[in-house]
Design a protein around this ligand. Structure first.
Ligand code: NAD
Length: 360
């Protein structure tokens, strides 16, 4: 059983780290990596070879390996080069684009989408959305601190007392909770919004204040995800966000509802009244953003407020992001491959959920 690791075309990460050898060998898998695939993450070809990997051209990996790995999906022309019945593991986000599943059905390969791994305790070690979101939440705070013209902790000096920075977090999921922890460690005063009832305790356990908007829709049947809120609720929430934003210095926006456009929480009017020099990092940028002015993958300024739209900040921590992604993949492979044989057993809920297209 040969596992081929492709060089990423759109990311700085790599899907398997050199440290994976021992686990791969135990599963009966021989790893082959595309030349230069790990370079940006600090993993040279030499390091992979030292750890028992073979290196090969992209063409050879696409056409000769049994399991093909890449983080961002390859082009159709490259899918056509894969072996019949190969397993291709990537990230397709079909909950954002249902059409992609029909499209993939035309290729004679099995496609696994790592972002479809269920958010359950059993699958936690394979959950790439969580590992990447956690890094993004951390980096968002560092990014905001870097753009902010002040410091986070309260400081008493002979030259005067500096008050602590006020940080507001919108959405206390995986990224939001990591952002709270990071901002607290830097000495900020932190408050957070979320619509899920379960978030309140988690926010408070990190020492932040939970800002409650009464009347959120019941999310108990949504598998841990947030549900769409009514227009009336969102209008009330926007008013409260505005009230708090005018007192904040930093906003980390992470609020998302799976499969839908991100809720608009920071209006143009809010921005126009915020303190100049404030910084907003919008991690929901790729699904429309929580802030009215957000432009995906751009940093802009409005009324002196800096707005950073970036949903992929994990890619700026690519060393650790590659290692965590690699661990997630290894944990998934462990339920698929035994003694060098891969079986996509759909009686396993994790495999059933992640296998978005089957080879015909
Ligand atoms: P996400 O990226 O889909 O959304 C981020 C956060 O935004 C969520 O907490 C959501 O409730 C919140 N949100 C949505 N609309 C909002 C609004 N109008 N105002 C404020 N906040 C709003 O979420 P995620 O971080 O991917 O996590 C999704 C869920 O999965 C969470 O409940 C998380 O606890 C759960 N989870 C469970 C496991 C596990 O048990 N293994 C692992 C990871 C995540």
């Amino acid at each position: 059983m040969v596992l081929g690791i492709l060089k990423e075309q759109n990311f700085n990460r790599v899907s398997i780290a050199p440290s994976a050898t021992k686990k791969l060998t135990a599963m009966g898998i021989k790893p082959v990596i595309e030349h230069g695939a790990g370079e940006k993450s600090g993993f040279s070809d030499h390091l992979y070879v030292e750890n028992g990997f073979a290196t090969a051209s992209r063409e050879d990996i696409l056409s000769k390996t049994d399991i093909v790995l890449s983080i961002s999906p390859v082009a159709d022309a490259e899918m056509h080069k894969m072996k019949k019945d190969a397993i291709y593991i990537s990230m397709y986000a079909p909950y954002q684009n249902a059409e992609v599943v029909n499209h993939l059905a035309s290729f004679p390969v099995n496609v696994v989408s790592m972002d479809m791994i269920p958010r359950t305790t059993l699958a936690q070690s394979m959950d790439i959305l969580s590992s990447m979101a956690s890094l993004a939440g951390y980096k968002a705070v560092l990014k905001a601190a870097d753009h902010y013209n002040n410091m986070f902790p309260m400081m008493m000096t002979a030259a005067g007392t500096i008050p602590p920075t006020k940080v507001m977090i919108l959405g206390a999921g995986v990224a939001g909770l990591q952002a709270i922890a990071t901002a607290k460690r830097l000495g900020a005063v932190v408050e957070a919004f979320d619509t899920r009832a379960a978030a309140k305790e988690e926010v408070m356990s990190l020492g932040a204040t939970f800002v409650e908007v009464e009347g959120a829709a019941d999310d108990r049947g949504a598998g841990g995800y947030a549900v769409q809120q009514s227009d009336e609720y969102l209008a009330r929430q926007r008013a409260l966000v505005q009230e708090r934003a005018l007192k904040s210095n930093i906003v980390i926006a992470t609020a998302q509802v799976r499969g839908r456009k991100a809720p608009l929480l920071i209006t143009e009017d809010t921005i126009n009244n915020m303190k100049p020099g404030s910084v907003i990092v919008d991690l929901a940028a790729s699904t429309g953003g929580n802030c009215a002015y957000t432009e995906n993958n751009k940093t802009i300024a409005k009324n002196g407020v800096i707005i950073i739209g970036n949903s992929d900040l994990a890619d700026e921590l690519n060393g650790v992001a590659s290692t965590l992604y690699s661990n997630n993949i290894l944990n998934f492979l462990q339920i698929v491959v035994k003694d060098g044989v891969a079986t996509l057993n759909e009686e396993n809920e994790i495999i059933k959920s992640a296998l978005i297209s089957k080879a015909k």
